[in-house]
Design a protein around this ligand. Sequence first.
Ligand SMILES: Nc1ncnc2c1ncn2[C@@H]1O[C@H](COP(=O)(O)OP(=O)(O)OP(=O)(O)O)[C@@H](O)[C@H]1O
Ligand SMILES: [Mg+2]
Length: 372
Amino acid sequence: MIQKIRVCIWDEDNSSRAGMLRVLQNLEQYQIIEYHDGSGGIGNLESLRPQALLVDVDYTIAQPEKLIPQLRKAMPGLKLVALGKRWDENARARYEEMGFDAMLLKPVDVESFQRALEAAFAVKARLGNNCQVLSFFSPKGKSGRTTLIVNLALALARVSGEKVGIIDAETNFADMDAFLNLNPRSTIVEALRDLNYLTSGTLEKYFEEVSDRVFVLCGAKTPQQAAFVEPEGLTKLLEMARPSFRYLLVDLAPGFNAISIAAAEASEKVYLTTMADGTFEMKHLQRAMEIFRSLDNWQQRLGCVITRMTPDVRRAKELEEEIGCPVTLIPNEYLLCSIAANNGRMAVDIGSGSLLTQQIDRMAFAIHGEGR
Ligand SMILES: Nc1ncnc2c1ncn2[C@@H]1O[C@H](COP(=O)(O)OP(=O)(O)OP(=O)(O)O)[C@@H](O)[C@H]1O
Ligand SMILES: [Mg+2]
């Protein structure tokens, strides 16, 4: 089912707001909601979950240059439309510079409203946002990839204060839902099926909430259904999901195939994850590196994570030289990981005091520091 885009009108002038609501009610594509606060602040606006906000800039908000960063921080995917009685080129440039995605002249009619919203969504699509897609690949299974992704997503949300998405693109036995004790209403299979009818805003509905800033698009429920996940669709899905998140983490099935290559090509970073288990894993890692070296700028884009290896700065440096890209070591914390995973409590049980969390936090700081 296609969900309507939630558009919120914020105008402290009651009659102007009521007028707009009257004109815009019953639109097929949009659900119009209203907000007013009296103090000019964003109060409970976030709880209305708007995807676009039409805000009156003549009387309602006194200091847009202060308010916009606040809105961007609280609701990163939100499209902002400035509503005003008069526009000229100077005003337009000024509001654009402040961070508005589009402008709309009062009195509003259906046609000008639709044009402004299309412009707001298109600006985002054209400029892209600063989303970084990070995909996680491993030569073999049971490397600790899913454990790493969940914890790194939570850490990135903490470090950045922004929204983080996870896409479970596992095609064997997707299990992100079990790790997080979720019973998803929709999965990647439905998202791919509906893709041609979706926008970035409506795609968000297919994600399940893990915490206030972490959202997951769960994987196919069965390997048969996973046949829907194919390279072209996944590439489009990643592009469409970008505007909603600061970071988007993609869990890929172990092994090497067309889907992992497509995801790697669509990602800013590819992490090869492997478990330290003697020399074989290192050999597989080096062979995987060979394959990913064909990516453009591979040196900036590839990273290795070796799990179940005690963090040791000197050892990490040696490995970096041997492998040729940055290496993160994640310690062996079997009990902690397996209890949390088995109970579906990965998002809450891995405590902040563990060495594992510290290493993952470090990785999050490094990713966020580099990306700014
Ligand atoms: N750092 C770690 N130390 C010890 N055990 C770990 C660590 N990370 C994960 N594990 C355990 O290893 C097993 C596999 O982990 P996980 O499912 O995260 O790996 P995976 O690479 O996603 O596996 P799959 O190939 O099945 O998708 C789980 O039992 C998990 O609890
Ligand atoms: Mg996994």
